[in-house]
Design a protein around this ligand. Structure first.
Ligand code: TXA
Ligand code: MG
Length: 342
């Protein structure tokens, strides 16, 4: 299959938007930009097209997809009911990196929901993608547009590296400004539960959901055979081919450990404050407290690790506050939950 490259920097690229919408209406697969990461989209109502997403990504069938909408009116056809607390979050955070899990209507094929009776919905902030959804007149099921298991794509080049020749088209737009995937909250449980941290932080959510529960799998390895609320959390994720370890402790302890074990690691991922004393080759993800910058750079750096051929990498654990919690969540998975307590 030849992958069509459609360049659309903003919503004035009407021809490209029209072409992408046409492919989607005909059951094709199109990678689309969002403010978080690129998504691999197909009509959420088309069972065969949705199955083709799983094939192109090599994704396990029980890992459900997020349905992307452009207007609130589309919700009626997708979900059964919206609790008031969920509606408040939608009003506050949409369009944006917030995904709500709600009881689904039958029109959503089971392949979208991975066999569950709920569906995840979000309204992305990227205006090109919202125009594509409107032109197609369809909600779009879209997971991140990477090969399953590899870091999510925060640029169109990442998508092309992973999926060229496996999908019908890619809409090439700017960089994804958030850099990590959306915050996923399920409202199918009472109280609501955070399943995946992202650009909308726990602090922001708690303004509307004071009793929000943080699923333990956000920061730790789900126990074997434990029932996981979000199937995506049980898979090894975001993992470069290199063996990654996450070290948790102060700047001083991290630098000392790296010096003592300098023959064990060929590279370190750290923060600006670590760089002064760090004696092994490294890259900084930004300042300790600049969580937004860390999120923006994270997936590109995880891909670089493989491009450079590193075998063993040590990562300093980020602070678990604000968007830092999302960075922590992705890094501990990239490390396969191997944590060194300093
Ligand atoms: O920012 C994002 O969310 C990106 C862009 C493309 O929108 N999409 C994305 O999709 O990250 P994906 O498929 O890579 O991750 C979807 C996550 C998975 O962890 C999945 O298990 C969870 O959402 N999820 C989807 N439907 C669910 C459901 N019904 N119940 C619980 N978790 C669900
Ligand atoms: Mg993904």
């Amino acid at each position: 299959m030849k992958t069509l490259h459609l360049k659309a920097m903003d919503e004035t690229a009407v021809n490209e938007i029209e072409k992408a919408a046409e492919i989607l209406k005909n059951g094709g697969l199109v990678a689309v930009p969002t403010e978080t990461v690129y998504g691999l989209a197909a009509s959420a109502f088309d069972e065969t097209a949705v199955q083709n997403i799983f094939k192109a990504k090599g994704r396990p069938n029980d890992n459900p997809l997020i349905v992307h909408i452009a207007e609130f009116s589309e919700l009626n056809s997708i979900v059964k009911e919206i609790p008031p607390v969920c509606k408040k979050c939608m009003d506050a955070f949409w369009p944006g990196p917030f995904t709500a899990v709600l009881p689904k209507k039958d029109i959503i094929p089971v392949s979208v929901s991975g066999g569950l009776n709920t569906v995840a919905v979000r309204m992305p902030a990227n205006s090109v993608t919202r125009e594509i959804i409107k032109k197609a007149g369809l909600p779009l099921a879209a997971p991140s547009a990477n090969r399953s298991g590899s870091p999510s794509p925060s640029t169109a080049d990442h998508v092309i590296d992973d999926l060229e020749g496996r999908i019908d088209a890619v809409v090439i737009s700017g960089k994804c400004e958030v850099g990590v995937e959306s915050t996923v909250v399920t409202f199918a449980t009472n109280p609501p539960r955070l399943l995946r941290p992202g650009g909308i932080t726990v602090e922001m959510l708690k303004q509307f959901i004071p009793d929000l529960v943080i699923d333990p799998a956000v920061t730790a390895e789900p126990e074997k055979d434990a029932e996981v609320a979000s199937p995506g959390m049980k898979y090894k994720h975001y993992a470069p081919k290199a063996e990654v370890f996450m070290a948790q402790g102060s700047i001083k302890a991290f630098c000392k450990y790296c010096e003592e074990h300098k023959n064990d690691f060929d590279f370190a991922l750290c923060y600006d404050e670590d760089e002064v004393d760090l004696k092994i080759p490294h890259t900084s993800l930004g300042a300790n407290e600049d969580h937004q910058k860390q999120a923006e750079l994270l997936f590109g750096f995880l891909r670089d690790i493989d491009d450079k051929g590193y075998k063993k990498v040590i990562v300093h654990a980020p602070l678990k506050e604000g968007v830092g919690l999302a960075v922590y969540n992705r890094l501990i998975r990239a490390a396969g939950f191997k944590v060194i307590d300093l």
